[in-house]
Design a protein around this ligand. Structure first.
Ligand code: FES
Length: 122
């Protein structure tokens, strides 16, 4: 079940999880501002928030994503994105394909909470 966002939408930042929820190797599905995202902690320790669904066939990264470094790889066909949602590898094409870039969202952690801002200009 996705974590449901809580927070102050007027301030632009929504609480989507506790820091402890993104401490492991499993991406966390969150529903935030009507969008389905996944949050995960990369190897650098930074938490990332990107669109939940793989743009190839629509599977959930929360269930089928593998955290690699600060990026995420879809378990199905091995497509890979960096922590900013940029596609960096499509195995069958042997290259990145920017057309499959994902939306990524600013994340900050404070007092054990993970907050996401959906609109960077908001
Ligand atoms: S379904 Fe994700 S790479 Fe194919």
């Amino acid at each position: 079940m996705p974590f449901t966002a809580d927070g102050d939408p007027e301030a632009g930042w929504l609480e989507v999880a506790e820091s402890a929820d993104v401490a492991g190797l499993k991406p966390l599905a969150v529903r935030c501002g009507g969008r389905d995202l996944v949050c995960y902690r990369g190897r650098s320790g930074q938490v990332h928030a990107i669109d939940e669904l793989c743009p190839h066939m629509g599977v959930s990264f929360a269930r089928h994503g593998i955290i690699e470094g600060d990026g995420i790889t879809c378990r199905y066909h091995g497509w890979n994105w960096d922590g900013e949602g940029r596609n960096v590898w499509v195995p069958t094409q042997r290259r990145a394909m920017a057309v499959f870039d994902l939306c990524s969202y600013p994340v900050r952690e404070t007092d054990g909470r993970v907050l996401v801002r959906l609109d960077p200009d908001g």
